[in-house]
Design a protein around this ligand. Structure first.
Ligand SMILES: Cc1cc2nc3c(=O)[nH]c(=O)nc-3n(C[C@H](O)[C@H](O)[C@H](O)COP(=O)(O)O)c2cc1C
Length: 356
């Protein structure tokens, strides 16, 4: 039976995943405060809708780095995707292509980026963790270009691997974590603005910097020619006690001032969440855990279905806000409010434990 709601998809994922893989997907770093704040931040904005506008033709597509997105959403990079569905990165690539959004492929999942490109051609972006010296990095970028990747995403919030205590307590090490714990991951600590300058100077590939939280860094990215600024706290999986990403977004969007696209992720699970980010200046929103949950619920088909439901939710949200074009969304459609529920990774799904 076709999934009717995102609730259904999350419920099925919970049934399908064993405790190790569930905790790896859902968990965060240390006290999981940053993870909860992402949801708290989203729930702290409420809508101020406008009425009596013609919304009979709501339009949801946008463009990012020369690719058309059917909805303003990208698939965020997820390491160890293969533990949720055997074909990992290839499955996500196929779903992204079938639905019409961009995938950002993690550098720590299987199959590797060249095999994914062969199995599922189509525009996609490669997320890079530095696991070697500059010559190693240059070779990987050359190969990503040769394999047809249309963008490079450098993740800048992972100078070192954090402590994910759900995993540590069970002595569970995900495949990506074993690389991260290994000596090759130590190169991430030496990532600097010079690396950014080097990539911009040497390669034609559009560059996304992921992990931006402060206006100063966003401004510096744009000054250095970075093509997309990506606001993220790694889903609360790296530095604990960060701000919610939705709360970092306004100052980043102001600093970028429309010069390049702005992506944001962190806690986005529903169409109404996505639209809040668009009101606050994002071009598109990254899906992390929702992507993993959908893959665990039923591979590429379930991921496409999750995107279809999300599309439906975004369309309804826009129509009920009185907006028919993404470009017409603005911060005046939002207002601050006290969240209703205690936030947690899945608080966007209040019916998970109900018997339907
Ligand atoms: C299981 C898992 C693995 C992840 N692996 C990576 C990775 O390899 N590279 C990366 O840049 N971000 C990684 N992230 C972070 C996501 O790209 C994204 O920033 C985050 O999940 C967004 O928050 P959300 O899960 O609340 O949507 C991972 C996130 C999860 C949940």
């Amino acid at each position: 039976m076709k999934f009717a709601t995102l609730h259904d998809i999350v419920k099925r994922a919970r049934q399908n995943l064993d405790r190790n893989h569930w905790d790896y997907l859902i968990g965060g770093a240390d006290s999981e405060s940053a993870l909860k704040r992402n949801r708290y931040g989203l729930d702290s904005w409420v809508y101020r809708p406008r009425i009596l506008n013609d919304v009979s033709g709501v339009q949801l597509s946008t463009e990012l780095l020369g690719s058309r997105l059917r909805i303003p959403v990208v698939l965020a990079p997820i390491g160890s995707l293969q533990v949720f569905e055997a074909d990992g990165g290839t499955t996500a690539a196929r779903a992204a292509e079938a639905f019409g959004v961009l995938q950002i492929l993690s550098s720590v999942c299987t199959p590797d980026f060249e095999a994914v490109a062969r199995a599922a051609p189509g525009p996609r972006i490669y997320q890079l963790y530095l696991m070697g010296d500059e010559a190693w990095m240059d070779d990987v970028i050359d190969r990503a270009l040769a394999a047809g990747y249309t963008g490079l995403c450098l993740t800048a919030d992972t100078q070192t691997y954090s402590r994910r205590e759900r995993d540590i307590l069970k002595r569970y090490v995900p495949p990506s974590g074993s690389r991260a714990g290994g000596s090759d991951f130590g190169y991430q600590a030496s990532l600097t603005w010079e690396t950014v300058a080097h990539i911009k100077e040497r390669f034609e590939i559009p560059l996304i910097i992921k992990g931006v939280n402060a206006a100063e860094d966003a401004a510096r990215c744009v000054e250095m020619g970075v093509d997309v600024v990506y606001v993220s706290n790694h889903g609360g999986r790296q530095l604990d006690h960060t701000r919610a990403c939705i709360d970092a977004l306004p100052e980043v969007a102001a600093a970028v001032d429309g010069r390049v696209p702005v992506l944001v992720d962190g806690g986005f699970m529903r169409g109404a969440d996505v639209v809040k980010a668009l009101c606050l200046g994002a071009t598109a929103v990254g899906l992390g855990r929702l992507e993993g949950l959908a893959m665990a619920a039923g591979g590429a088909d379930a991921l496409v279905r999750a995107l279809e439901i999300l599309e439906h939710e975004i369309r309804i949200t826009l129509a009920l806000l009185g907006i028919s074009r993404l470009a017409d969304l603005h911060a005046g459609l939002l207002e601050r409010a006290v969240p209703l529920t205690t936030p947690h990774a899945l608080s966007a799904f209040p019916l998970l434990d109900e018997d339907y």
